[in-house]
Design a protein around this ligand. Sequence first.
Ligand code: NI
Length: 156
Amino acid sequence: MALRRIFTDKEPALHKVCKPVTNFDKKLFQLLDDMKDTLLDANGVGLAAPQVGILRRVVLVDTGDEVLELINPEMVETSGEQVGVEGCLSVPGKYGIVKRPMVAKVKAQDRNGNWFEAEGEELIARCFCHELDHLDGIVYTQVMDRFLTEEELEEM
Ligand code: NI
């Protein structure tokens, strides 16, 4: 088990466009394994590689059933709309109101380079959008309506 440091949105890594993964090798496997440990340790739903300082297009999403490894992910289609609370491991202690699609389908490569599709609803759709944004240097605070107030935070 190896935990990586989670970078905050005060650091440049969170604001860069990430490069595609081209080598599906041991180094990638190590990154994926470390990111999984880091995500589970932090009790997060998703984690993107730039959040651990690696500017590559790699995302993990914990669907509740499994931790999906999404490499070079692309949004295939979205539908519907949801407005709800969103947080980010890189923006500790804060939450915002963000509008997202209700359903999102992504395609991505697995750790062996094979393409697959994954569809998510509600929280998972929100997470797909949030994590893919990270790969383009976008943090939810740039697309949210507003932060939750102190009062709203206390009620959570
Ligand atoms: Ni995030």
